[in-house]
Design a binder for this molecule. Structure first.
Ligand code: DUC
Ligand code: ZN
Ligand code: ZN
Length: 485
């Protein structure tokens, strides 16, 4: 058998297995998994030397070059963002093609394709953000875009420029159900946030830490429950993004107990940051302003426990790259703005996998198989990319990470490859980092340098995910209203 590359002596971990093998790669795909594979003429070899080898990460929630309301601007475009992803072991990213209110969704996607073209060095798919579900969007654009491979979309319950009313969410969920697309929901109660924000500002409480007080846990809990209810009414699976703590976890556990198809995502900021980071002096807390906000240690523990016990389906970065010292970033307008004007989000596309491998797997909180499921396999399944992405099997793309778990490493922003001027994890000691990342058989990170090529990343058309199939359970509104399935 002619092979382009053999990765020898790999300790392969998938979501279901762990075994020692050689991986044979041809044409960018895994074509053989076996013991002592025979090399032919021209076969390159990489010796994994018994080290852990996992599927390349699938980061199914990140923001790259997403158009924002001026003057806010993202620091990472597809070139810097995917370079950073590759160096942190992620070989597939799914950022968001965001519709502005009044804009055609189709036009937003065309614009986003243009932003990615020729720049991405890892493979990419698009989620959609539906901010203006007009009749045309619901009946024409969404079905057409789903047929073109954008089979998932996010809806916001907050932010004036993005939020949908419950009635609109139901309309979009109806399309998701009919078209078998995966709906993602940002669950926070917008009116409660507006009320609390106004009261805080009136009392002169404008600092970054007050951002957390304007979005307390009940704000997220109520919206999580409401999103679950809307999903139940229509009998359509949803994913709740960036779940931050105990009360939202409780709602999801309750829904699962009722047999509802509620998927959940959490992110590094809810495992590794707390409200104390938001309170850092001299406006430095602005670096950790994201929504929902990081909570306290007790909530952090609940999120860790829920990761270990299988409540969470995916662990994504929610990389939202705003510079700190930048009039287009956290220091909007060159000042220290009041908290409602600080751009929401923190960077983390490169540190996502090392943080979880080091602090999750190597501490024994989760198994290596769970790590793979949470960081690659489940996202590929949820969004219609499996088994091409998210696993190491014959026929899968040869996207993989060879891990170095021997040499401790301190996180330094100077060593990262994004274009953001800080990392919230500066100074953290980690026990794991990718020694090598391969995208379709090509080395894109060699442990020292980025070795990928902008433009080599391919756009991935996602299938309609099996996970988005409705259950047709008794009790959805169509049955209640005797309209049939
Ligand atoms: N939601 C996200 O998904 N990312 C950044 C900010 C936000 O609110
Ligand atoms: Zn969000
Ligand atoms: Zn996000």
């Amino acid at each position: 058998m002619n092979l382009d590359l053999i990765v020898r002596r790999a300790r392969v971990v998938t979501a279901g297995d762990e075994f020692h093998a050689d991986l044979g790669i041809r044409g960018g795909r895994v074509v053989a998994i076996g013991e002592a594979l025979a090399a032919g003429a021209g076969t390159r070899e990489i010796d994994a030397a018994g080290r852990l080898v996992t599927p390349g990460g699938v980061d199914s929630h990140c923001h790259l070059d997403q158009p924002m309301l001026p003057p806010v601007r993202m620091a990472d475009d597809f070139e810097s963002g995917t370079r950073s992803a590759a160096c942190g072991g992620t070989t597939t990213v799914i950022p968001f093609a965001a519709q502005a209110k009044g804009q055609s969704l189709k036009a937003a996607v065309a614009d986003y394709h243009a932003r990615a073209a020729g720049r991405a060095s890892v493979d990419y798919a698009f989620h959609l953000i539906v901010a203006d579900p007009t009749e045309t969007v619901l009946n024409e654009e969404l079905p057409a875009l789903i047929a073109e491979g954008c089979t998932s979309f996010k809806m916001y319950m907050t932010y004036d420029d993005l939020k949908l009313a419950d009635a609109q969410i139901l309309q979009v969920l109806e399309v998701a159900r009919r078209e078998q697309a995966m709906a993602m929901i940002h669950a926070e109660n917008t009116d409660a946030i507006a009320f609390l924000t106004q009261r805080l500002l009136a009392a002169g409480k404008t600092e970054p830490r007050h951002h957390g007080l304007s979005r307390p846990m009940p704000v997220e809990r109520e919206a999580t429950h409401r999103a679950i209810t809307l999903s139940e009414l229509l009998d359509v699976p949803i994913l709740i993004v960036h779940v931050s703590g105990a009360e939202a976890v409780e709602q999801i556990r309750w829904a699962r107990g009722k047999g509802l198809d509620i998927h959940a995502e959490t992110c590094p900021q809810y495992l590794f940051l707390t409200q104390d980071d938001l309170a850092a002096h001299d406006f430095l807390g602005a670096r950790c302003v994201c929504s929902p906000p990081p909570r306290d240690k007790a909530n952090q523990q609940v999120v860790w426990d829920a990761l270990a016990d299988g409540l969470f389906t995916v662990f994504s970065s929610d990389h939202a790259p705003f510079n700190y010292d930048d009039p287009h970033g956290k220091r909007l307008g060159g000042k220290a703005p009041a908290f409602p004007y600080i751009p929401n989000g923190i960077p983390g596309i490169e540190t996502r996998l090392p943080l979880l491998m080091s602090e999750g797997v190597l501490t024994g909180r989760i198994t290596a198989q769970q790590f793979v499921a949470l960081t690659a396999t489940n996202a590929a399944r949820l969004y219609g990319l499996y088994p091409r992405k998210g696993t190491l099997a014959v026929g899968s793309d040869a996207d993989l990470v060879i891990w170095d778990t021997e040499r401790p490493r301190t996180v330094r922003n100077a060593d990262l490859h994004h274009a953001v001027d800080y990392t919230p994890y500066e100074g953290r000691e980690l026990r794991a980092w990718p020694a090598m990342t391969l995208l379709r058989g090509d080395v894109v990170w060699d442990g020292r340098d980025f070795t990928g090529t902008p433009g080599h990343g391919r756009f991935l058309r996602c299938d309609r995910p099996a996970a988005a199939k409705p259950r047709r359970r008794d009790g959805s509104w169509r049955q209640w209203m005797e309209l049939g399935g």
